[in-house]
Design a binder for this molecule. Structure first.
Ligand SMILES: Cc1ncc(COP(=O)(O)O)c(C=O)c1O
Length: 360
């Protein structure tokens, strides 16, 4: 189970990247980003000390319009943003209801807030009835539902319409991590909430920009009171140097271009649909959903490593994912597709997966 770092080998197709729109791999786009960098490179201090730069406000204003919310706040990473959201809400004495497959950053936010069973209920994956039962039983005066929109290791989607109704009925605040949806789904890449036709108004979203946006950092978007709360209480915002203004400028440029990339969004979703379909025909377990994340669930860690090695020999770099990242017995090779994958590459990938015979 020991982890190690290694670059993607030369000459193989990287299918571990979350660069869903192919922006990281697009040299012309990278050049455009470089030529429009906003100085300085470093903020110089925490934003609350002397590190506030105009570019943050510009980005946050534009992002709020994009998401249809009152306000946004820019963080250095999605990990910190999720921790910040949970820690801040925990100070308001709320009870959290969290999907059991939520990302480590949400889990760590709960751990740091030292939530005990009276304040944290972990709900089976995507189980709306379980959310309802848990909320019904709760006597807390304030409640928060925590979910991802597209789940990072399974590629399946939360039913946000139902969760929204449940949140309304039980007066809970809905917090949605859009890491794997922002840029890919919704009008102009607005995310899964938008894809489901839901107004973001009273909902808090975390929007990490390290995936389809090909950058780094994250915005938290939602009601204005929540932005104020974060600025005043979120330790991962207060006690860290402001994100690089270079990055904020690149995020703003990407945001302005995002609505024009429908062709890339269509392409990656079409590729994902074809891959899933082909693998399902071979009776493979590839989970549900129609996102660019396709898990090939093989069970044991040894089998997942074996499949990953087999695919590498065939020219495809996809890592095995094992516990604790995924539950015991559900080890997998996680494929994430990008819009840059060609038809030929997809065909060869399907052949390679179908040609795998476990050596263990
Ligand atoms: C669902 C989810 N949320 C949050 C994060 C963290 O985002 P970042 O990589 O920007 O720290 C990730 C990335 O791994 C993720 O998959």
């Amino acid at each position: 189970m020991r982890r190690s770092l290694s670059p993607v080998p030369d000459g193989v197709l990287n299918l571990c990247s979350n660069d869903y729109l192919g922006l990281v791999a697009d040299q012309a786009w990278q050049e455009e980003l470089r030529s429009s960098l906003v100085e300085p490179a470093g903020a110089g201090a925490s934003r609350l000390l002397g590190g506030e730069h105009h570019i943050y406000a510009e980005l946050e204003e534009a992002f709020s319009q994009f998401k249809g919310t009152e306000a946004s706040l820019f963080f250095s990473s999605g990990y910190l943003a999720n921790e910040a959201v949970v820690q801040t809400l925990a100070r308001l004495d709320v009870h959290f209801f969290s999907d059991c497959l939520n990302h480590a950053s949400i889990i760590d936010g709960c751990r740091l807030a030292r939530l005990d069973r009276d304040r944290l209920t972990v709900v089976p994956h995507r189980d709306i009835d379980a959310f309802v039962d848990a909320l019904k039983d709760s006597r807390a005066s304030r409640r928060v539902i925590l979910t991802e929109s597209i789940f990072s290791m399974d590629g399946d989607a939360a039913d946000l319409r139902k969760l929204c109704d449940v949140a309304g009925e039980y007066e809970a605040l809905l917090v949605v991590d859009e890491a794997h949806a922002i840029g890919v789904f919704g009008r102009g890449g607005r995310g899964w909430l938008d894809e489901q036709g839901l107004p973001a108004g009273e909902i808090v979203t975390v929007n990490p920009l390290g995936k389809a946006w090909g950058l780094q950092g994250a915005t938290v978007s939602g009601p204005r009171w929540f932005r104020e709360a974060l600025i005043n209480a979120a330790r991962p915002f207060i006690y860290t140097t402001g994100p690089s203004p270079w990055l904020a400028g690149a995020a703003l440029l990407t945001l302005r271009r995002m609505p024009h990339w429908d062709d890339r969004r269509r392409r990656v979703r079409e590729l994902a649909g074809r891959l899933r379909e082909s693998l399902r025909c071979g009776n493979g377990d590839v989970g549900g959903g129609d996102s660019p994340i396709i898990p090939i669930i093989v069970g044991s860690a040894a089998a997942a490593l074996d499949l990953s090695r087999h695919l590498l020999e065939a020219g495809f770099f996809c890592r095995a994912v094992r516990p604790p990242t995924v539950p015991e017995g559900t080890c997998r090779v996680r494929i994430s597709l990008t819009a840059a994958v060609t038809d030929d590459q997809l065909e060869c990938l399907v052949d390679a997966i179908r040609g795998w015979r476990p050596r263990t």
